[in-house]
Design a protein around this ligand. Structure first.
Ligand SMILES: [Cu+2]
Length: 185
C-alpha cells in the first residue's frame, strides 16, 4: 500500500529498496507506483510498464461479453458479502461499467446492517486471462453518507474480463470483495 511505502521511506530513497518501482516484486497493482502495472508470472509478479502490444494479442473471443459467464450482471444495488462486510453499489458512472475510467459509489455495511466508517479501501483491478492489472491507482473518498465511499478512477483500459478486488481494512479486520465485469471493445 502507498501508505506503508511512505512510512518506510522516511529513511530516504537509498534505504527504501525498490518498493513499487519498475521491476519491483508485487502481488497486486496497488503494490506498484502510479504508471506501472503488476504483471504476474509463474512464481510472482513484478511492476512493469504497460505494453500496448498486449491489446492485439489478447482481443476477446468472438461474441465478446455475451459469451462470458464469469462476470457479474451490473445493476444498481448489486451487492456482495465478504467475511464481515457487505458491499453494495449505489452508483456507477458509466453504468454498466465500461472501458476506461469508471467512478463507483459503494455502501459498506457489517453483517448486522450497520454502516462501516473509517475504512481503508484499496481497489485492485485485474485481468485474470491476461495476468495483469492497471497502471492507474484508484482514489477512495468517504462520501457524505456514513459507510459510503467513492472509488475513482476504476481504470478498466482493455476489453475482456476484469476482476476488481476491494481490499477493506477496518476495526473488524481485513476483508476482500471481488466484483467481475466484462468490457466489450
Ligand atoms: Cu488485458
Amino acid at each position: 500500500m502507498r501508505r506503508a511505502i511512505t512510512l518506510v521511506c522516511v529513511l530516504g530513497p537509498a534505504a527504501c529498496g525498490a518498493d513499487g518501482v519498475l521491476g519491483a516484486p508485487c502481488e497486486v497493482g496497488s503494490d506498484c507506483d502510479d504508471g506501472l502495472m503488476c504483471d504476474l508470472h509463474q512464481g510472482g509478479g513484478s511492476c512493469q510498464q504497460p505494453h500496448a502490444e498486449d491489446e492485439d494479442e489478447f482481443m476477446p473471443v468472438p461474441g465478446g461479453c455475451a459469451l462470458e459467464t464469469r462476470d457479474d450482471d451490473y445493476a444498481l444495488g448489486l451487492a456482495k458479502a465478504g467475511a464481515w462486510a457487505n458491499v453494495t453499489f449505489v452508483e456507477a458512472t458509466p453504468a454498466p461499467p465500461d472501458r476506461g475510467d469508471n467512478t463507483w459509489v459503494v455502501d459498506v455495511h457489517d453483517q448486522a446492517g450497520n454502516p462501516v466508517e473509517d475504512l481503508a479501501i484499496v481497489v485492485d483491478p485485474f485481468m485474470p486471462d491476461h495476468a495483469h492489472g492497471t497502471t492507474i491507482r484508484c482514489d477512495v473518498t468517504p462520501a457524505d453518507v456514513p459507510g459510503r465511499y467513492v472509488l475513482a478512477p476504476v481504470n478498466l483500459f482493455m476489453p475482456g474480463l476484469w476482476e476488481v478486488t476491494l481490499g477493506l481494512e477496518g476495526a473488524d479486520g481485513d476483508d476482500a470483495i471481488v466484483f467481475s465485469f466484462c468490457i466489450d471493445p
